[in-house]
Design a protein around this ligand. Structure first.
Ligand code: HEM
Length: 126
């Protein structure tokens, strides 16, 4: 069987990634205003989601049902600039992890299409 990103990264790094990522998001001038719920709550949801997104056990689905990520983002107006800001926070957070640069790059590439798919407002809306 193929090794998953979840296995390569490990639970501790996922926890660190999510922690650092939302600390950056909640401070980001472009997208902070979109996040209105508790920071710890969204961190926990994202930890469960990324575990499954990266090939680990389906923790998010077990607790919250099918991710339907685009639908879940629809209540929020998300532009291409917002997606770029989200990705820049992710790149920074990945940059702080004690893992190979090649793994950081591979993970970042995994996030790009998903972030672009969340865009639901503006000229280039899918
Ligand atoms: C493109 C830029 C994105 C923006 C601006 C954005 C924004 C948001 C916002 C505002 C929420 C609600 C937070 C709250 O409850 O306060 C949310 C939830 C969430 N986002 Fe994103 N998001 C983006 C991309 C992504 C991507 C790429 C992923 C996954 C790789 C993701 C995964 C999630 C998850 C798992 C939740 C929790 C859903 C739930 O159970 O309610 N988001 N996002």
């Amino acid at each position: 069987m193929q090794t998953t990103y979840f296995e390569l990264l490990g639970e501790e790094n996922i926890r660190m990634l999510v922690d650092r990522f939302y600390d950056l998001v909640f401070e980001h001038e472009q997208i902070a205003h979109l996040f209105k719920t508790d920071k710890e709550e969204i961190k926990e949801k994202q930890r469960l989601f990324l575990t499954q997104f990266l090939g680990g056990p389906p923790l998010y689905s077990e607790k919250h049902g099918h991710p339907q990520l685009r639908a879940r983002h629809m209540p929020h107006v998300i532009t291409e600039d917002d997606a770029v800001a989200w990705l820049s926070c992710m790149a920074k957070a990945l940059g702080t992890l004690p893992i190979d640069e090649t793994l950081k790059d591979a993970l970042f590439k995994r996030f790009v299409p998903t972030a672009m798919f969340m865009v639901n407002s503006g000229e280039n809306t899918p």
